[in-house]
Design a protein around this ligand. Structure first.
Ligand SMILES: Cc1cc2nc3c(=O)[nH]c(=O)nc-3n(C[C@H](O)[C@H](O)[C@H](O)COP(=O)(O)OP(=O)(O)OC[C@H]3O[C@@H](n4cnc5c(N)ncnc54)[C@H](O)[C@@H]3O)c2cc1C
Length: 501
């Protein structure tokens, strides 16, 4: 039976939501209700999880919300993948387990968020690695293409990383640490929720579409959700929003919490003016450089594939652009393997991603309908000085340098579309027409001290100006870290759980 009143109501059973629910269940006697729009497949041991969500080789799209760039990229549509299932994006991501740099967390702390400095979060990052069973691949697990990319990066001047997650490490090339176990994607439901599932007082409800928060006399009193087609109210002592960088601002806006100028045209009564909701959207802009593989590469890859489990993504190069300041500001990451379309075709790519974007986008509502997709306008490469574009162009040039090294040159042909080696202007025009993202949206309910300056929550995840309401997912990161965002998102859950329990 789903309770109608709980101590802690958690809205969104994704990466952060599962971690938070598990931690609060372990550390308190709270009654907890975790609501998630997608299905809950139960504990791993019950065997109900679909195979493609477990298989960490490829990125599945079977449980996707179906968001995309809508009208914002003339002439093309870019998918903004987000998982709709218990464990959220940790159930369909690439399992790269990356921490970032000390400057990321010190930067959060220095921008008015005590408790988030690198020194303070490092023990939590270590605890997360243990929970997520983060590991390094054994030498025998490295596929030939990934090995060739690694060796080419070394030949191009990048040192082999001593520890990819050393927060002080600068430029380097690494086989990325990963959170998969015997090929199973170790999502946050397995890492945090499974052990807590049997506890009294913890209820997990899948198939629950959250409509809005309930605001009563200056406090968040619970939420309304649609469950089995029925509008249902749940009341709570405290309510924590963990619906992700697109979902959390959308729920706040539907609740009348946001910029009044954005709410009124949609006919949403303003409950609480908070202009930062949905703003400050950031992701790492990224560009894929594709290469044709030689018959020799396909042959050795097919031979390797027959005897091994072959991950598609593996090598990450941390590189500096000409705009880099205290540390690296580019990731290059290699992707290689069979295209997941049922054909036997191979795909060989190296992506460049800018890690410190200056551009800022926005999430808005298209309508009050909770089933409607939000409008997601990333505005990649829109910064006035053009630095984001220049960083990506530098990244593509480094990809070209790496691909020209003997270990790769013997296996790959010339880039299929990227005009590497031509003029910078041509390269930048190509990047503008092809730019995508690194699947890392953050920042749309940013934490900070001053709501007038755009902060939505304070350093402890508490909504500014409303009691008993919290946000605790990727949306509260004030600035995107120089890292893939899964571990930093779990860090948000761990940090806030440490203050709530
Ligand atoms: C394809 C892909 C690959 C990635 N690869 C990596 C990687 O290799 N390494 C890495 O570090 N990061 C990776 N990431 C990013 C990382 O997974 C995310 O940053 C992180 O999972 C975000 O967690 P979250 O809790 O903020 O949001 P989510 O995990 O998205 O959780 C939000 C949850 O809320 C639910 N929800 C939303 N709205 C509602 C609603 N109205 N009602 C009910 N429920 C709702 C969603 O269904 C979801 O379960 C990847 C992401 C994607 C999409």
């Amino acid at each position: 039976m789903m309770p109608a009143h709980v101590d802690t109501l958690i809205l969104g059973g994704g990466t952060a939501g599962c971690a938070l629910a598990g931690l609060i269940a372990e550390r308190s006697s709270d009654s907890i209700l975790l609501l998630e729009a997608g299905p809950d497949y139960g504990p791993l041991r019950d065997g109900r999880w679909p195979r493609e969500l477990l298989d960490a080789r490829r990125l599945p799209v079977s449980h996707d919300w179906g968001y995309d760039s809508g009208p914002f990229l003339p002439g093309r549509r870019v998918a903004y993948e987000r998982a709709r299932v218990i464990a959220g994006c940790s159930a369909h991501n690439g399992c790269s387990a990356v921490w970032g740099t000390q400057w990321d967390y010190d930067g959060w702390a220095d921008s008015g968020n005590p408790g988030w400095s690198a020194g303070e979060v490092q023990p939590l990052l270590q605890a997360i690695d243990r929970r997520l069973k983060v590991r390094r691949y054994a030498d025998s697990e490295i596929p030939p293409y990934q090995r060739a990319v690694f060796e080419a990066a070394r030949a191009a001047g990048f040192a082999a990383s001593a520890d990819m997650n050393d927060l002080t490490e600068d430029e380097a090339v690494a086989y990325c640490p990963v959170n998969n176990q015997r090929g199973i994607r170790w999502n946050t439901a397995f890492a945090y929720l499974d052990a807590a599932r049997g506890r009294r007082g913890l209820t997990i409800q899948g198939g629950a579409l959250i409509v809005r928060l309930l605001i009563e006399r200056g406090r968040v009193a619970g939420a309304e959700a649609i469950i089995d087609g029925v509008a249902t109210i749940v009341r709570a002592r405290r309510t924590i929003l963990t619906a992700g960088a697109y979902g959390s601002p959308a729920i706040l806006l539907r609740s009348g919490i946001g910029d009044p100028d954005a709410l009124e045209p949609l006919g949403i009564p303003v409950e609480h003016a908070l202009p930062g909701v949905g703003r400050n959207l950031q992701d790492h802009p990224a560009i894929a450089v594709a290469f044709p593989g030689s018959p020799a590469l396909e042959e050795i890859s097919a031979a390797f594939e027959r005897g091994n489990w072959t991950p598609e993504e593996l090598v990450i190069v941390k590189a500096r652009s000409r705009h880099a300041a205290e540390s690296f500001d580019i990731h290059l990451f290699s992707e290689g393997g069979r295209v997941a379309d049922g054909s036997d075709a191979w795909r060989w790519q190296i992506y460049a991603a800018g890690l410190l974007p200056r551009s800022r986008g926005e999430v808005r509502l298209a309508s009050r309908d909770p089933a409607a997709s939000p409008l997601i306008d990333h505005r990649h490469l829109s910064d006035a000085g053009g630095a984001d574009l220049a960083v990506l162009a530098d990244g593509v040039e480094i990809v070209g340098r790496i691909a020209a090294q003997p270990s790769l040159k013997s296996l790959l042909g010339a880039p299929i579309a990227a005009p590497i080696g031509g003029g910078r202007r041509e390269l930048e025009a190509w990047i503008r027409s092809q730019v995508v993202h690194y699947w890392h949206p953050v920042g749309t309910c940013a934490m900070g001290a001053d709501p007038k300056a755009g902060a939505v929550v304070d350093a402890r995840g508490r909504l500014h100006g409303l009691a008993d309401g919290y946000v605790a997912d990727a949306s509260i990161m004030p600035r995107i870290p120089r890292a893939n965002t899964n571990i930093p998102t779990v860090l948000v859950a761990e940090r806030i759980a440490s203050w709530l329990t």
